[in-house]
Design a protein around this ligand. Structure first.
Ligand SMILES: [Fe+2]
Ligand SMILES: [Fe+2]
Length: 338
């Protein structure tokens, strides 16, 4: 990124410390995974009783629900990849690893908050006995080793558009998982997913605010970054997941998530529509002709995607699509219909 753009991010240091860092929750007031798990400090029998209760509650969670929960957990567990990605962004990276700049403090605090999500879901699933932990752990191992390329280059404009999108997408996902957990008779799991969703919402607000500020100080540069990100379909962070068995694992996981209505193509378009409205992109002024071009493209996009989705849905409802079973190693090779 050119030096003058890097200067923009330097000049926002103070703004970040007054507007973004307050969105971090003080650690003393933050929840920790152990708050929602069987209490391991209890005497052995009482602890085992709590684990037994957890197992009763999770015994009837449907297989398709478990697949989506495992997939979400694995996505969270690849956090080292996301912190590495963040620190590749020019002008907001953490130069020393414990740098006092407000961008670096935000990135570490964000990582620290996110770190609890995978821990909590992973321990809960482990205690449930419903999933093949060895295969789940292998998938995490493969995924972190594979890394990710979400096509943001080293560009923080694109990076923050991406995180705005992703945090909202995960807020929707965990929120829907909470709703379904309640329906399936596990209110504690519903609380877990709801608590994670609330974190994602807070992070979404932070990233949306950052992009809003960038639109104010550099409308054309930011508008072009939004357009560049939305031009190619936004890549999901765990798209390289692999369990060493199913070469189409990510597609299969996404299909289950879509059929459970946890995260659908319509949600994707909704997120886009929401961001366009929230950033008031249609009314954005002060753009160069290149910026106006990008604006025109972006503002029509959500509508186009929704139309495509509706047509696909109509087609699917007319021509009854045959469902077929897919085996997931995560749930001991049981089949789920997609
Ligand atoms: Fe998360
Ligand atoms: Fe997140």
């Amino acid at each position: 990124m050119p030096q003058e753009k890097i200067e923009i991010f330097k000049s926002l240091e103070n703004w970040v410390s007054h507007n973004i860092l307050p969105l971090v929750k003080p650690i003393e007031k933050s929840w920790q995974p152990h708050d929602m798990l069987p209490d391991s400090s209890l005497p052995c029998d009482e602890f085992i009783d709590q684990v037994r209760t957890l197992r009763y509650r999770t015994a009837n969670l449907p297989d398709d629900y478990l697949v989506v929960l495992v997939g979400s957990m694995i996505t969270e567990e690849a956090l080292p990849t996301y912190q590495t990605w963040f620190n590749k962004l020019d002008g907001v990276d953490d130069k020393t690893g414990s740098c006092s700049s407000s961008w670096a403090r935000w990135s570490r605090s964000w990582t620290a908050e996110e770190n609890r999500h995978g821990d909590l879901l992973r321990t809960y699933l482990y205690l449930s006995g419903r999933v093949d932990m060895k295969m789940v752990e292998k998938t995490i191992h493969y995924l972190i080793a594979a890394g990710v390329d979400v096509k943001t280059e080293n560009n923080p404009y694109m990076g923050f558009v991406y995180t705005s999108f992703q945090e909202r997408a995960t807020f929707i996902t965990h929120g829907n998982m909470a709703r379904l957990a309640n329906k399936e008779g596990d209110p504690i799991l519903a609380r877990i997913c709801g608590t994670i969703a609330a974190d994602e919402k807070r992070h979404e607000n932070a990233y949306i605010k950052i992009v809003e500020k960038l639109l104010e100080v550099d409308p054309t540069g930011t508008m072009i970054a939004i357009s560049d990100m939305m031009h190619n379909k936004i890549t999901m962070p765990a798209h390289l997941m692999n369990d060493g068995r199913d070469p189409l694992l990510y597609d299969h996981f996404s299909a289950v998530s879509q059929s459970l209505r946890v995260y659908t193509a319509n949600d994707y378009a909704d997120v886009m529509e929401f961001l366009i409205g929230r950033w008031r992109l249609e009314k954005l002024e002060g753009l160069t002709s290149e910026g106006r071009h990008a604006q025109e493209f972006v503002c029509g996009l959500a509508h186009r995607i929704k139309r495509l989705y509706q047509r696909a849905e109509e087609r699917a409802s007319k021509t009854k699509v045959e469902q077929h079973g897919v085996k997931f190693s995560w749930i001991f090779n049981k089949e789920v219909l997609i």
